[in-house]
Write a protein that binds this ligand. Sequence first.
Ligand code: OOG
Ligand code: NI
Length: 425
Amino acid sequence: MELVGQTNREVLARQPDIARQLDSTGEIQRLDMERHGAIRVGTATELATLARLFAVMGMQPVGYYDLTPAGVPVHSTAFRAVHEEALQISPFRVFTSLLRLELIEDAQLRAFAESVLAKRSIFTSEALRLIAQAENAGGLNEREAEAFVLQALETFRWHHSATVTAAQYQTLSAQHRLIADVVAFKGPHINHLTPRTLDIDRVQEQMPAHGITPKAIIEGPPRRQCPILLRQTSFKALDEPIAFTDQNQTRGSHSARFGEIEQRGAALTPKGRALYDRLLNAARDELGDFPNEGNAARYNALMAQHFGEFPDSVECMREQGLAYFRYFATEKGLTAGGLGQSSLEDLLRDGYVKAEPLVYEDFLPVSAAGIFQSNLGDAAQAHYGEHSNRQAFEQALGRATIDELGLYAATQQRSIDECLTQLAR
Ligand code: OOG
Ligand code: NI
């Protein structure tokens, strides 16, 4: 947190353009409080109840991420606010994964995991009561809201004791460490809480000096003049003492909680995203392996080489329809007024309107898999025959996930409508 805070202060002092841009989009006000966390749950009921819990705070499931192609037996969504004004007040996201027990081939182990999960309740009864109260009354009053937060915290708490014996933990863990992490505990502990930096390369480079060993590569796009999507780095999970049910002291250990840092850039349109995916895949195909310590330098070189094809200026990305933007009426435009007949392009050209990239609020499946992997170790490399199953996920969730591209397009359109209305006056 100190390193991120210090890096951000340096960037803002050194690069007034970035400070100005963040100021005009309002991001400067949320930068220091912005976080994303992550949790993993084991059953459809747990996921569906979480959706109701997050809905009390105006957080909706956005996006569907399938991590099985990368050997992680989960699929996920992210709960977050969906309107730009709500995001300004509550810039929080929770990456939420559902374990896919159906991918465990050992029928006996699967049945055991299911029976352990069936016995737990990850919500306090008071939390459940307040969720129902919010649903019935269309919200909570201040006293109820305070009680709700305290109750909800219980769901995400770390527990020093497991719900299984040491031997059962070993069996679950041998199948996949993620399975042990979800099944062997009382609830879905928050496993990381990520701050947002304005210069992730600087943070990555400074981490060793602060006694932290970062993962070998930064996930996401390479460094650019004009940041796009999401770049992330993380560092190894802590080994934390755990008591298993057949031990009266904390003699075992479990590692789940880790550190992660991210940098956010422009949200891409379907066209921009297709280009990103193509270049990322090309670089990874050429690397021929998961990026790791040994091939990190080559990976970075391949990424830089392939992404040379991705236009790296705000103007080019806008003209080619690669990113979403927010449009603002300028002082000049507001002073002139009476511009109701002009097109957006004319207004931009004449300096009556300016465009700022719309920040990406979501996640990237390949990056998320890389973050999972870096915390699970090599033993976690598995291959699953069965793939993407959004329908099963949404059935478990009890509702559809929201398409993030629709949200960005709507925010962009609202900003256009608003600035045209202002300039017409
Ligand atoms: C989530 C890993 C993914 C991200 O930011 O993409 C992630 C987990 O480990 O539960 O944190
Ligand atoms: Ni994360």
